[in-house]
Design a protein around this ligand. Structure first.
Ligand SMILES: Nc1ncnc2c1ncn2[C@@H]1O[C@H](COP(=O)(O)OP(=O)(O)OP(=O)(O)O)[C@@H](O)[C@H]1O
Length: 274
């Protein structure tokens, strides 16, 4: 297990060509609220290799969502650079190479499940409209909801709605999938099941995933690496490797190696809050 409070190792630094799916280099973002400048991210640098799974952990308000919004080109940095799939975030977005799953599934209630999944292919510039990476039926099969294709969102449980949101993100076959606390509102058993399913999807799709969570065990169970962010201003405080093999099963969480990494992260988070 390696811990680094420094910028990431040279193999994860930005602008290193095709090995990096994603790189942030000394990114700073601030907002002005009531005349005051709030630094949401300060000098943040990290990278994720192609097909990697990075978990992002940190206290509320440390800039986790802001980080995802930068990568998705929903926000521009004040300083620093981002490289997304060898291009700017804007180019990656224009080519639909980045998918986003939010905490709330945000499905359109008047559309059936299958039509919600199809939505990304029906909106946006004509250049990318209709461009399917995966058929909607295939995407629903991946999340185990084939038999609910004709249902309306109100007829589904919270966990099922979240799986529809994942299918909707998969339909354009994004090279990078950004997930902002997607399972935060679900009960523990459903969350556990979706964690395992997500790892299956990740391994089958080879998509690069950046997963934001408040849960230390979830971050460790899913990620190859966890970055811990600190708040006010948001910085990368530590990087913790998770050298546990995939496929991972839930029983892994009882292993001394897993509990050791969780304890290490908990200590770091507690120090942060003191
Ligand atoms: N549009 C905005 N306008 C003003 N301030 C903002 C805006 N978006 C984020 N912030 C501020 O930036 C900081 C980081 O917010 P962000 O939502 O990224 O944190 P977070 O780590 O995702 O929090 P949480 O875990 O609670 O979701 C916070 O102080 C927040 O108030």
């Amino acid at each position: 297990m390696n811990r680094s409070t420094e910028r990431e190792k040279s193999d994860t630094l930005p602008n290193t060509g095709s090995r990096e799916a994603l790189a942030l280099d000394r990114v700073t973002v601030s907002f002005t609220v009531g005349g005051d400048r709030i630094v949401a991210l300060d000098d943040v640098s990290f990278g994720v290799g192609h097909g990697g799974f990075l978990s992002v952990l940190g206290p509320s308000g440390c800039g986790k969502s802001t980080t995802l919004r930068l990568i998705a080109d929903l926000l521009r940095p004040e300083e620093g650079e981002l490289n997304v799939l060898g291009d700017s975030p804007g180019t990656a977005r224009a080519h639909r190479r980045v998918g986003f799953v939010f905490q709330d599934a945000t499905l359109l209630p008047w559309r059936r499940v299958i039509d919600n999944v199809l939505l990304p292919t029906q909106v946006g510039p004509s250049r990318v409209r209709g461009k399917l990476g995966m058929s909607p039926d295939e995407a629903l099969a991946v999340v185990g909801l084939t038999s609910f294709a004709q249902a309306y969102p109100s007829q589904l449980s919270g966990g099922m709605r979240q799986r529809v949101a994942i299918a909707r993100a998969l339909v354009t076959k994004p090279d990078i999938l950004l997930m902002d606390e997607p399972f935060g509102a679900l009960d523990e058993l459903t969350r556990d099941r979706l964690n395992v399913q997500l790892l299956d999807i990740w391994q089958a799709s080879k998509t690069t995933i950046v997963f934001v969570t408040h849960s230390i065990p979830e971050a460790v169970f899913l990620g190859q690496r966890v970055i811990l962010m600190s708040s006010r201003p948001g910085r990368v405080r530590a990087t913790v490797e998770v050298p546990l093999p995939y496929p991972r099963e839930l029983s892994l969480r009882d292993s001394p190696q897993f509990t050791g990494i969780v304890a290490q992260l908990r200590r770091l988070l507690t120090e942060e809050e003191l």
